[in-house]
Design a protein around this ligand. Structure first.
Ligand code: GLA
Length: 707
């Protein structure tokens, strides 16, 4: 048996695979220092009475045909035939950190090609390819990646959400059956972020074992956490196919999206830190070591009211505030005066811009800023020249009137003329204007997506990737932001093709604290677009101090989402201050190790970043609501060098004042806020520091410098 045992190892995580006669992941968990292949025999299972007379392995494909009776990793048929595949290994190759296994079912005429790779970061990446070997097409109903997790991983964490309310975590205990998350919206979706985390009882940010997975795919998906009746547990993830959508012709291969998996023995922080490191080293392509520039995006500042003179004045003011990249959002193209018309007509609106875009772009550039512009290429308004000329270009099914969403239809990217039209228009925009940045939006879900009468959601996602790939190839200097009504298309596969996400259309600092924290489980701060909105939030009507807004945007890729010309001087002073603070700290925030801190009171949210060399750290304490207790619980600061001493300082706060000077929450501050103090990293981590008593919807920023 040991001859067919292969192991992938990293500093934190090991994966052990039995390859023959069929492939089975036997172990995914903490690194085993003293590994011996023969020890795997200790995992040999008994045969329970009243069951099959053979062992039912949880194979790579979780085939039901081995007697597993769980959710299989493959379902499909050849007009009713060949519908119960059972694979046996034909070859297994182990090279470095990767195992490739080929297996076949000759009876059903199917070949499976499995790729399992463990990165140094501890992140495991798995995908499978399925090839049809016979003449008739094989209809794929389901094709998934399955990973076993330990029996003690009883708690599940997942995310729900909606527009302006993305990445909301929820928890449950799974004792029996499955927890399933299904997305049929045709994009990654606000509602069902494709990730599942499972872990030991009460796992938290700092404690417990967790097994987290993310499916890198920007379309329909299904994720499942299942506990079998025999107690074995697994996670499963797949692209979800609509009826009849996926059939393989002879020789054709279908690949699953990549499943990214991170095991941590040190709570959720360990899982996230591994994912962040993996993204930084393997997925995010950012031009050189360039710092991420401060943005000004025009959307909430002027909406569709574009006047080049005003925009140039906005740009003057933006540059004076420290903005480094100016982005013209929706409203610049022909006839786009509201969200009812013009999507598809990617020509400059000459009524608004009689001299074209160039004078504005040149002005922005002359101020030393980069230039960005908004597009939403996959869409078409019924009220557009394009639709009037080509109503047949809509993604729909014959015989059914398509539904609009935000007054728009979706273009069928599978039609070559549509694809080429979009490519041509983008090549005009990017080829004839010095554009540095594209905000690529996608503002509706897919309903009855069809091509030639067949479901085509999967094909639409692939064509979207292809379009973006060609543009990136043609215009390699251009950065792309993925936006989809805020955070509707955020995943690792689109991240390969973009540099930043617009995390949410909600710039309310209170809401953003939760949204950004949710997103941080899988994404590092530098790809998280985070903007300071105007003093009265457009999404919620709430008002927050500039300090709460500024600090909240600091832990991302900062920008402004407002018109600085209509802001008062006090507000503008704030924009200037937080742009400067961001520039001062972005090196640390975008390259350091990110931590979320467990706090005794759920109304206090703490996160921070420690530099890789542990010399510097920044922690933000947000008081979301009225504190439960009269003292805010002490803050245990993670990630520091226990043997070093640190100078601790309060770098920013909303308005901490004492009685007599206008304060109302305290009449004495904690000592470290009165006279400068130092403490050991060990003390700061194990005992912690006391915190001032904060008002609801306010935040402070704490800095630590190694002595
Ligand atoms: C979406 C985006 C916004 C903005 C508008 C423009 O809602 O999320 O940021 O670009 O579209 O129409």
């Amino acid at each position: 048996m040991s001859g067919s045992i292969l192991r992938l190892e990293s500093a934190t995580t090991d994966v052990v695979i039995k390859t023959h006669p069929f492939a089975e992941i036997i172990y995914w968990g903490p690194h085993i220092q003293n590994f011996a292949a023969q020890d795997v025999v200790m995992f040999d299972r008994p045969l329970p009475n009243s069951g099959l007379d053979v062992d039912a392995p949880l194979t790579l494909m979780a085939e039901i045909s081995y007697g597993l009776f769980g959710s299989p990793g493959i379902e499909g048929h050849r007009q009713g035939l060949d519908g119960s595949p059972l694979f046996t290994t034909t070859s297994a190759v182990h090279s470095d950190q990767k195992i490739n296994i080929i297996s076949e079912d000759q009876q059903a005429g199917l070949r499976l090609n499995s790729e399992i790779q463990l990165d140094n970061s501890g992140v495991l990446r798995v995908c499978h390819g399925l090839t049809n070997l016979h003449a008739d097409p094989w209809q794929v109903d389901r094709f998934a990646v399955t990973l076993p997790v330990a029996g003690r991983a009883k708690e599940v964490m997942a995310f729900h959400g909606r527009w302006i309310h993305e990445f909301q975590p929820h928890r449950l205990t799974l004792e029996h059956n499955s927890f399933v998350l299904e997305n049929r919206r045709g994009r990654t979706s606000h509602e069902h972020f494709p990730a599942l985390i499972t872990g030991s009882a009460s796992f938290s940010e700092m404690q417990g074992e967790v097994w987290g997975v993310h499916l890198g795919w920007s379309g329909n998906h299904r994720l499942r956490a299942e506990v079998k009746t025999d107690g074995r547990r697994y996670l499963q993830a797949e692209a979800l196919y609509l009826p009849g959508e996926m059939a393989l012709a002879q020789g054709e291969t279908l690949w699953t999206p990549y499943l990214y998996a991170s095991y941590s023995g040190h709570g959720l922080n360990g899982m996230s830190q591994q994912f962040h490191r993996y993204l930084r080293e393997q997925i995010i392509h950012f031009p050189g070591d360039k710092p991420r520039p401060v943005h000004l995006n025009t959307w909430e500042g002027i909406y569709f009211n574009h006047d080049p003179h005003d925009i140039m004045r906005m740009a003057d003011e933006a540059a004076a505030l420290g903005v480094e990249r100016f982005i013209i959002d929706d409203g610049w193209f022909k006839g786009r005066n509201d969200d009812w018309a013009a999507l598809g007509d990617w020509y400059v609106d000459e009524k608004k811009y009689p001299d074209g875009l160039m004078p504005v772009i040149q002005h922005i550039k002359s101020l030393g800023m980069e230039f960005g512009i908004w597009v939403e290429l996959e869409m078409i308004n019924p009220d557009s020249d394009l639709y009037r000329a080509h109503p047949e270009w809509v993604l729909s099914l014959p015989g059914y009137p398509p539904l609009t969403g935000r007054h728009q239809y979706v273009l069928n990217l599978n039609i070559p003329q549509v694809f080429n039209y979009l490519l041509e228009r983008m090549s005009w925009l990017l080829g004839e204007h010095p554009v540095d940045y594209i905000k690529w939006d996608m503002n509706r879900v897919l309903v009855q997506p069809g091509h030639n009468g067949k479901a085509a959601a999967d094909a639409q996602t692939r064509q979207f990737y292809r379009l973006l790939d060609i543009l990136i190839d043609r215009f390699p200097h251009v950065e792309f932001e993925a936006c989809s009504s805020g955070g509707g298309r955020i995943d690792y596969e689109i991240l390969k093709r973009s540099h930043r996400f617009w995390a949410s259309d909600n710039n309310d600092a209170l809401e953003r604290n939760t949204i950004q924290r949710g997103m941080s489980y899988f994404f590092p701060p530098e790809v998280m677009g985070a903007h300071i909105g105007s003093d009265c939030c457009h999404a919620t009507g709430r008002q927050h101090t500039i300090s709460f807004r500024g600090l909240t945007a600091l832990f991302g890729h900062m920008g402004l989402e407002l018109n600085p010309l209509v802001a008062n001087e006090q507000e503008r002073e704030g924009y200037r201050k937080y742009s400067a603070l961001y520039k001062q700290w972005r090196g640390l925030i975008h390259h350091g190790v990110y931590w979320r801190v467990d706090m005794a009171d759920n109304s206090t949210l703490v996160h921070g970043v420690v530099s890789k060399d542990q010399h510097q750290a920044l922690f933000m304490v947000s008081q979301l609501a009225m504190p439960d207790y009269s003292f805010t619980a002490p803050l245990n600061i993670p990630g520091l060098d226990p043997n070093a001493r640190y100078q601790i300082s309060l770098l920013d706060h909303a308005n901490i004042q004492l009685i007599g000077k206008g304060g109302h929450t305290m009449h004495k501050l904690p000592e470290w806020l009165i006279t400068p103090q130092t403490a050991s990293g060990e003390w700061l981590q194990k005992a912690g520091i006391t915190l001032p008593i904060l008002d609801p919807e306010s935040a402070i920023l704490i800095g630590l410098q190694r002595l």
